[in-house]
Design a protein around this ligand. Structure first.
Ligand SMILES: [Zn+2]
Length: 255
């Protein structure tokens, strides 16, 4: 018995996820980007929505909360630090808290920077990590709130998880992230391999998610800001990881 994850597209480039605890039958929507595709996924699987787990306050992650809550009475869990920005939260959580979905334990990890209160959810037993807009495959979220140091530290908390962890992020941005990553790290064999795989998946109309965390550790420049070779390549030899991360994030903003 464990957690089954259903992956589907929502809005223009969001991912939607259903998390189904086999033991109890409880089912959570990971964020609430859009009601119709969430309803369709529930119907396809024959699951009943009991929970909604929110990662951050952006409209493309919370817009369907009122509609889904009214329909299903689902319990809505979300970041304590964004309670004033998200309508309909029933349960507030922060770094280090545990959310139980039936028998599945999800650990809450603070990942500030895309938004200040952004959180990720980690199923350690099943090796599933839900990063929303903190960490993408081959990229990371735009830094709308906060400063590079805490954002880098949040990514380090995710990077510390086991290599065989599956990463489920908030958007299908992988192909454009690959183009930027190759521009700063063209000789990275792991990146070249992942970029080719992403091209093949997208050409076949398939999702690039979930990503494998171990492969991301080797290929994603935003998880490698403390790598001296990458620092040198972006003209920052000897600089702190914070400074390299900030430079990478800024360069991606205008890429
Ligand atoms: Zn966002």
């Amino acid at each position: 018995m464990g957690l089954i994850v259903d992956v589907f597209a929502a809005r223009s480039d969001n991912y939607g996820y259903l998390l189904h605890d086999e033991a109890s039958g409880r089912t959570a929507a990971l964020d609430a980007p859009e009601a119709a595709p969430i309803r369709a996924a529930l119907a396809r699987r024959g699951w009943t929505l009991t929970d909604i787990l929110i990662t951050h306050h952006h409209v493309d992650h919370v817009e369907a909360i009122p509609e889904l809550k009214a329909e299903t009475g689902a319990t809505v869990t979300g970041p304590r630090d964004e309670v004033d920005k998200i309508a309909g939260l029933d349960r507030l959580v922060g770094d280090g808290d545990i959310v139980m979905l039936g028998e599945t334990r999800l650990d809450v990890i603070a990942t500030p920077g895309h938004t200040l209160g952004h959180i990720a959810y980690h199923d350690a037993a099943g090796r599933h990590l839900f990063t929303a807009d903190a960490l993408f495959s081959l990229g990371c979220g735009r830094m709308f709130e906060g400063t590079p140091g805490p954002m880098w530290e949040g990514l380090l908390r995710l990077r510390a998880l086991p290599d065989d962890t599956l990463v489920y992020c908030g958007h299908e941005y992988t192909a454009s992230n690959a183009r930027f990553a190759l521009s700063v790290d063209p000789d990275n064999a792991a990146l070249v391999k992942r970029a080719a795989e992403v091209t093949a998946l997208r050409d076949a109309g398939k999702f690039t998610i979930p990503a494998v965390l171990g492969e991301e550790k080797a290929a994603n420049p935003f998880l490698r800001a403390n790598d001296p070779a990458l620092a040198a390549r972006v003209g920052l030899a000897g600089a702190s990881a914070d400074a390299v991360f900030a430079a990478l994030r800024k360069a991606k903003d205008t890429f």
